[in-house]
Write a protein that binds this ligand. Sequence first.
Ligand code: CUA
Length: 251
Amino acid sequence: MNLIRIFPIAFRDAAEPWQLGFQDPATPMMQGIIDLHHDIFFFLIVILIFVPWMLVRALWHFHYKRNPIPERIVHGTTIEIIWTIFPSIILMFIAIPSFALLYSMDEVVDPAITIKAIGHQWYWTYEYSDYNSSDEQSLTFDSYMIPEDDLELGQLRLLEVDNRMVVPAKTHLRIIITSADVLHSWAVPSLGVKCDAVPGRLNQTSIFIKREGVYYGQCSELCGTNHAFMPIVVEAVSLDDYVSWVSNKLD
Ligand code: CUA
């Protein structure tokens, strides 16, 4: 029983109207990104309050009416040490979790499946070369956006595609990203992935999707007139469903 097919709307991860925050995370990577964002946001708020407070205070107390005879002091070693050391400590508090996340995102955990995403003007091609059948034909298909006139009720405008990239959930995946023409970028917010597709170069990223669902993304590098019309849809299913999807495709 495929729950995604029965409740298609409940399982989809796409942007919502007037959304301000992140989309729900589906990978440890995206959870890490959101946590880091919240960590840094704390310092941002502290600085945002402290700096204007200091500015307003200085303007108030050193106004020429309130303070007609100016002080002649131009140096204060103690305060200079404080305002140099303190921001660098804040930067350390930001840098340490930031580097930890950066390097853990770069790690490729022994992938079970490798999928190649190839950007074209203006669609994506997905290659599953782990299942090359005897006649050297790999499982390859194109993924085009559904045009507005062909949308069915409940489908997302500018986001739905004809052939989704189907992957198993709870499995380590390696995505290899490249392009056949110009720069594109393969990006899916809920998965925490945004990887440039560069002609003549293979970029690699790894994902581990924690729950079944449909994840929507878009090309994120200006690639021509139809840049807005080459979305990405990743459908994460159970391993059983994935196996039967692959065997259907190979026939
Ligand atoms: Cu492809 Cu923008």
